[in-house]
Design a protein around this ligand. Structure first.
Ligand SMILES: [Zn+2]
Length: 226
């Protein structure tokens, strides 16, 4: 049994946390997308430490019991909570580099791997497999040291998994110039271009339709005025 501090209770055998991550996505890519300003009114989903904890709960990484412990500790140690948030954003920036530029820039890739190893190396804990309410299994990291330091472990492990199985060539940034979301292209031909067909994909489709149906004479008239 791992020694866990009262503020970092081990997840119960049957986790109550929901797991909203679709099977085809990756936790680290969803984490990167929390900074996707164009789609989020206030610009950054991780606006404070509390928001970071709520996001981890939503993703099924942290259960409610542990989240309550984190919130209590954040009240007692606000500076440590803020430092953890700043660090999470730093990890996120490195992971965005890994997702977008690591295949064309070795330095970016090496920096991201160094960042992953920094996170993996600074926290001690226990790895476990636990079952969810729906019967599916999930790997859980239970920190035994600094609870705040362990929060990024599942995220960087997810990125490490993508590196190890060499799926970075299938990681893409949305083709919509206004959208910064990244995604894993699981299409058979590897030709998916948009983060989501319901939003960016639909906008592109509508734009193509407008371009096709616009009378040529109007285009000419517009050019005249430019
Ligand atoms: Zn998009």
């Amino acid at each position: 049994m791992p020694a866990s501090s009262p503020l970092t209770p081990r997840a119960p055998g049957r986790s109550r946390s929901s797991h909203k991550t679709a099977p085809r996505t990756r936790l680290w890519l969803e984490f990167i997308n929390t900074d996707a300003a164009p789609l989020i009114p206030r610009g950054d989903l991780l606006r404070d430490f509390n928001a970071l904890v709520r996001w981890l709960v939503d993703m099924g990484v942290v259960d409610q019991e542990r989240a309550s412990g984190l919130d209590r500790r954040a009240l007692l140690q606000p500076a440590a909570a803020t430092a953890t948030l700043v660090d999470a954003r730093r990890v996120r920036a490195a992971l965005r580099g890994l997702a977008e530029r690591s295949l064309v820039n070795v330095r970016v890739r090496d920096d991201a791997i160094a960042e992953i190893n920094r996170v993996l190396g600074r926290s001690t804990g226990t790895r476990r497999v636990e079952t969810r309410d729906d019967g599916s299994a999930v790997r859980v990291f239970v920190p035994t040291g600094d609870a705040f330091a362990g929060l990024m472990i599942p995220i960087v492990e997810s990125a490490a998994d993508s590196l190890v199985i060499n799926e970075l060539p299938r990681v893409r940034r949305c083709a919509d110039a206004r959208c910064t979301r990244v995604f894993l292209d699981t299409s058979r031909n590897g030709t998916r271009r948009w983060c989501d067909m319901g939003t960016c994909g639909n906008r592109a489709k509508a734009a193509r339709h407008r371009a096709r149906s616009r009378p040529a004479v109007v285009v000419g008239a517009d050019r005249e005025r430019l």
